[in-house]
Design a protein around this ligand. Structure first.
Ligand SMILES: NC(=O)c1ccc[n+]([C@@H]2O[C@H](COP(=O)([O-])OP(=O)(O)OC[C@H]3O[C@@H](n4cnc5c(N)ncnc54)[C@H](OP(=O)(O)O)[C@@H]3O)[C@@H](O)[C@H]2O)c1
Length: 252
C-alpha cells in the first residue's frame, strides 16, 4: 500500500458522530473493515447499524489504560489494522474576562481529550501499525491550530499542539512504513459546537468536507487542509495578524 492505497482495516475514534462517522462511512463504502470507537455506546450502535459489518468499541481516549486495553483487543481481533483515524475531540468556550476563574477540571478536560487522548492513541497503536508493510496514522487537526479563535482558547491551543506533535511524529517515522497524516477541517456542520451559544456561520457541509478529505488521502497528501483551513494555513504564515482579526471578528 502506498500513501494513497485504500485501507483494509480502519479504526476511527469519535466515530459515533460528525466527521468521524463520515470518514468511517466513506472507508466502509470502499470495502474496508471499519471499527468506530467513542464513549457513548448508543451513538456507536446507531452508526454501525447503517453499515453492515461495522464494529464498535467503547473507549474514553483520555484514559491511557482504556486506550491501551483497546489497542490490545484490536491487535488480537484485527491484526491487519493499517489505518487509525485519531479524530475524537471536544470544544468549549472559555471567557477569561469574567470575574471568577474557570472550572479547572473543564479546562483540563479539553487538553485531556484533544491533545493527551490523541497522543495516547498514537502511542498505543503505532506498534501495531508498524507491523504492517504500509499504514497510516491520521490526525484530525483544525484550521484554529493555524489561527486561534479567542472564544475557544484552550481548544485552539490543543489543535496547534496537535499540529506540532504530528510534524514531530512524521519526522520520526519518515523511514518507517507508517505515513503520518493530518486532515485540517474548517468549520464543518457537526455537533461539535452544540454546547455553545454561538452557531458558527458558513460551516462546510459534512458530505462536502468528507469528499475533500478523502480526495486528499487518495492523492497521498500528508497535510490536508480543507476549505477555509487552506487559506488559514497560508495566511498564518504571511499575514498572521490579518487573519487573527478576520477569524475573531467573524465569529468572536
Ligand atoms: N466540526 C468542526 O467545525 C471541526 C473543525 C475543525 C476540527 N474539528 C475536529 O474534528 C473532530 C471531530 O469533531 P466533530 O466536528 O465531528 O464533532 P462531534 O460530532 O462532536 O464528534 C466528536 C466525537 O468525539 C467523541 N469523543 C469526545 N470525547 C471523547 C473521548 N474522551 N473519548 C472518545 N471519544 C470521544 C464523541 O463521542 P462521545 O461523546 O460519545 O464520546 C463524538 O462522537 C474533532 O477532533 C474536532 O476538533 C471539527
Amino acid at each position: 500500500m502506498s500513501k494513497s492505497t485504500p485501507a483494509s482495516t480502519v479504526l476511527v475514534t469519535g466515530g459515533g458522530s460528525g466527521i468521524g462517522a463520515g470518514l468511517a462511512a466513506a472507508f466502509h463504502a470502499r470495502g474496508a473493515k471499519v471499527i468506530i470507537a467513542g464513549r457513548t455506546r448508543e451513538r456507536l450502535v446507531a452508526v454501525a447499524a447503517k453499515h453492515r459489518g461495522m464494529e464498535i468499541e467503547v473507549v474514553d481516549v483520555a484514559d491511557p489504560d482504556e486506550v491501551g486495553a483497546l489497542a490490545a483487543r484490536i491487535s488480537t481481533g484485527f491484526p491487519t489494522l493499517d489505518t487509525v483515524i485519531n479524530n475524537a475531540g471536544i470544544q468549549t468556550q472559555f471567557d477569561f474576562t469574567r470575574a471568577e476563574a474557570a472550572d479547572p477540571s473543564l479546562l483540563g478536560r479539553e487538553v485531556d481529550v484533544n491533545l493527551k487522548g490523541l497522543i495516547f492513541v498514537a502511542n498505543a497503536f503505532l506498534p501495531l501499525l508498524k507491523r504492517q508493510s504500509n499504514a497510516r496514522l491520521i490526525h484530525i487537526g483544525s484550521g484554529l491550530g493555524y489561527v486561534p479563535l479567542a472564544s475557544v482558547p484552550v481548544y485552539s491551543a490543543t489543535k496547534a499542539a496537535v499540529h506540532s506533535f504530528t510534524i514531530s511524529l512524521r519526522r520520526q517515522l519518515a523511514d518507517s512504513s507508517v505515513h503520518i497524516v493530518e486532515i485540517i477541517p474548517p468549520v464543518v456542520e457537526t455537533d461539535l459546537h452544540r454546547s455553545q451559544s454561538l452557531k458558527p456561520p458558513r460551516a462546510m457541509k459534512l458530505d462536502a468536507f468528507i469528499a475533500a478529505a478523502m480526495a486528499g488521502l487518495d492523492a497521498g497528501r500528508t497535510e490536508i487542509p480543507v476549505g477555509l483551513a487552506k487559506v488559514l494555513r497560508i495566511t498564518s504564515r504571511i499575514a498572521p495578524g490579518l487573519f487573527l482579526n478576520i477569524v475573531n471578528k467573524r465569529r468572536g
